[in-house]
Design a protein around this ligand. Structure first.
Ligand code: SAH
Length: 357
């Protein structure tokens, strides 16, 4: 017999059917006395046709739908709000979850294709100083299906093809490790969305044991590390996680990730005026990263109303980038997408939840 607790549970403590991988769904379907081909049909309804409920699943018999109603939960995200940038067409979505929580996701149009940025938790407990997502801590982990549904819902709303996914919304993905892995499996499954793992990037504040565990999986996903400082003392001021894992330890874990997977590393570095953007910072950063196969993504920090800091201005950011490149460190300045629509991670949700209160 299948023990329910082996599976991820969602609404009403029932099996979250959209979080089952193909093999699990097949085993489950057999277990409830149905032929295996039903699993393929169901998987297709959920992950290819993206039905919003059992009723839409035309070729599934009523008797099976009733069994599923009893044993499983099937939820979809609800679009609560959409903001569209007048500058660059970025769309920011606020989605409602089955339990009344809300999360944010972002749709971005680039020359080389469309990207979606997904959240991995409701809130975050990592406490980074410049981040709006973490101000009220973490509420709960997202289910694999809820991470995935952000992509499905955006594809449905925009009618656009999505060719890249980044886990860079609210939450720390490696703090929700098991569900993240399941999400990756579902996203890249050939029976489902079939997104190549090379088109997926997971961003972390640097939870060393989990980076190493992920490296052992030898997936082909890209790893981005939120670095934001060139030495440990400065990093501690910006990111509490630096008190737990020292900067060299984090970089060594990233290096292991590269050695095991061959995927190029990205280091995210939010430029905060007068805090981490001096010539000395650029020199120290160059030294720190020298010899690593990596690219530094410089992001002028997005202001948030709860904190008093300013982004580095554009011309100074270019100088910082030039300095890195002179020292043979690859660097890019990320286009600031959707600044006119609460662009920074977690701002839209905070405002919405605040207004409701
Ligand atoms: N927890 C993960 C992923 C979510 S945050 C991580 O730390 O990487 C995604 C990225 O946005 C991180 O690099 C984070 O440091 C950055 N970020 C958060 N708030 C920001 C802000 N106000 N301006 C610029 N970058 C920000």
């Amino acid at each position: 017999m299948i023990i329910m607790s082996e599976y991820i549970l969602g609404k009403e403590n029932k099996i979250d059917i959209k979080s089952l991988n193909f093999d699990e769904l097949t085993a489950f379907i057999k277990e409830i006395g149905e032929p295996a081909f039903r699993a393929k049909q169901l998987y297709d309804w959920m992950h290819v046709k993206r039905a919003r409920n059992y009723d839409e699943m035309k070729n599934i018999p009523k008797s099976l739908k009733e069994k599923l109603e009893q044993k499983c939960s099937y939820t979809c995200l609800e679009v609560v709000q959409v903001q569209e940038s007048q500058i660059d067409g970025t769309k920011k979505f606020l989605f409602g979850l089955y339990d009344g929580n809300v999360i944010e996701s972002v749709f971005m149009k680039y020359k080389f294709g469309n990207s979606v940025c997904v959240s991995s938790q409701v809130g975050c407990r990592m406490g980074c100083w410049f981040c709006a997502s973490t101000i009220d801590g973490v509420v709960r982990n997202l289910l694999p299906s809820e991470i995935l549904d952000q992509i499905y819902a955006i594809a449905c709303y925009t009618g656009e093809k999505i060719s890249r996914v980044v886990v860079m919304g609210s939450g720390e993905p490696l703090d929700n490790y098991d569900n993240l892995l399941k999400f990756i499996e579902l996203l890249s499954d050939e029976h489902g969305m079939n997104l190549g793992q090379r088109n997926l990037t997971v961003s972390t504040c640097g939870i060393v044991p989990k980076i190493l565990e992920l490296a052992e999986k030898k997936l082909s996903i890209n790893l981005a590390l939120s670095l934001h400082a060139s030495n440990n003392d400065k990093r501690k001021e910006l990111m509490p996680i630096a008190n737990k894992y020292e900067i060299h330890e984090v970089l060594n874990a990233c290096k292991t990730y590269f050695d095991k997977t061959g995927r190029q590393l990205t280091f995210e570095y939010s430029l905060v005026a007068g805090v981490n953007d001096s010539d000395e910072d650029a020199a120290e950063l160059s030294k720190l990263l020298s010899g690593l196969n990596c690219v530094v993504n410089l992001i002028p920090v997005n202001p948030i109303k709860e904190r008093d800091f300013k982004p580095t201005d554009r011309s100074h950011a270019v100088k910082f980038k030039d300095k890195l490149e002179k020292n043979r460190i690859n660097a890019t300045i990320r286009r600031e997408m959707g600044r006119d629509i609460d662009g920074a991670c977690g701002q839209l949700r905070r405002r919405y939840v605040g207004e409701k209160k």
